[in-house]
Write a protein that binds this ligand. Sequence first.
Ligand code: UD2
Ligand code: MN
Length: 587
Amino acid sequence: KLGLIGTIGIFLFLLLNNALSPAKSTDEIKAEARIQSKGDTEIEKAQEKQIADLETTAERIDWHDHDAITRDLNREGLGEQGKKAYLEDHDRDREKLMYRQNGFNAMLSDAISVNRSVPDIRYEGCKHQKYLKKLPKASIIFIFYDEHPSVLYRSIYSVLNRSPQHLLEEIILVDDFSDRDSLKQPLDDYIAANFDIVKVVRLEKRTGLIGARMAGARVAKGEVLIFFDSHIETNYNWLPPLLEPIAINPKASVCPFIDVVSHSDFEYRAQDEGARGAFDWQFYYKRLPLLPEDLLDRAKPFKSPIMAGGLFAIGTDFFWQLGGYDEGLDIWGGEQYELSFKIWMCGGELLDAPCSRVAHIYRGPMDSRKNPRNTDYVHKNYKRVAEVWMDEYKEYLYAHDEGLYETIDAGDISKQVALRKQNKCKSFKWFMQNVAFDLTKVYPPVEPPDYAFGTLQSLANERLCVDTLNVGLHNPVGLYPCAENHKRPQKNQNWALSWHRDLRLRNHKECLDVAESGPNAKAKLWECHGQGGNQFWFYEENSKMVKHGSNLDRCLEADLSSHKVYVNKCDELKDSMKWQFGFVNSS
Ligand code: UD2
Ligand code: MN
């Protein structure tokens, strides 16, 4: 019998099935994969050669500003050298209020120099590392909404004080329509009085961090874009290690090591010894352990599947080739996945550069700010990213928060889908197998439930069920007397209509596959490939027909005399095409 949930499952199934791929044989799918990987290796070989040439021939220099480092070492005062800082004799109520408004001790920030020194906590190897003499110029883009001014100014000064001037094209501040008056005229005045390479872009309405970064990128003139949150402090010699991998490979995007500025006492400290970026299936940002090869030389950049999001460098041309961010992503969230997926899937690479360190203030407890949208924009963002980039893996995300994503409209994603096609980006499966290959081991996905499972009982003769007949892989299945107890089918008769939209044995490895297209086509047991095509099945609950293939005009049929099972043109009047599915997902 069909339970209510089963009915809903089948209904959804109907809704979703127009996303079908045309019927493909297992061999065709394999052949395509071979062609694709051949093309890739040729391009990759050419790229590798180019990279090797550059790495061996180009001149490298010591980019350290040793004078500035020495000057900083002599600085004394509150919070200098990134030490823990405390306020004495002050208005504690006001301190608390400012803390709650910002999520960090803003009053303490006001008492610490905007030019303060930081501790050089880089690996020893970094302190002697040389980088290419010829490096591209960067535009630094700070985006902010209601940032506390002294924190923003310290972010800017840290960049100015610790970067080779001729590598800075400009510093761009993007004001995401802040409410605070302190960020209006007073900010303009401060900039006019203190900086000459800082520009401000003011947005006319609240757009969110994605739109703000795009607005900054649109006016940027540098060959490289560097995006920063508005509450950071760079460490010594942070810029050359971020730029060099991009000079070598224009499709590299590079993240610094993210250190921590404490929200309570403004201490500057390391977060950890480095890790690769990842996510879990609720899209929480997670980390994966470094690989053995990453540990050989701690000063060398290593590959990372996913960026944290807020702090990274990317070649301007590559950024625009990727279409920048999807501007349908609103306010906050998910953009780090979108960009990381497309960097990897569309021919680039994402690196973490341990010798480039930038600290970020992770907010502490604060008063919640009012929702600028009154909608769940975070999950809408996630759904857009999943729909465009994650292929069949999106179901893991949706399965994790059951029911949530069904109610969310991702909006128009046609531009992003076209972009993915135009750039001939690889599949998400490729990403999971080649880049984030250890992710599912550390963060196991939840399998979405089967739509239906149990025996497939012929309604032309209720004593007969579809059975593997123990024939093994690549052989046709047939009919066999049903096991007495339909509620606990024996393993040869226990089928599942899985979320991959295939009919698999409940061992979840072998699927019913129909490669022939003429009359009396055989249904054979084949390894499940999860790609639809010859393994696409659909159970139509009303007519009791088990339909096959993308046109849904071919149906599973029992041949009662020979005990064989075929696929033929659907005919509603034939009892031999009617099946009772043991039970449809109601548990
Ligand atoms: C992290 C990232 C952040 C972003 C976010 C996911 C780091 C260190 N930070 O959250 O960059 O990837 O995850 O979306 O990796 N902002 C606006 N308009 C808004 C909201 C925020 O301009 O409507 C600015 C904000 O002032 C800040 C930046 O966007 O400069 C990031 O926001 P956040 O600091 O609140 O995000 P965070 O660090 O919690
Ligand atoms: Mn932040």
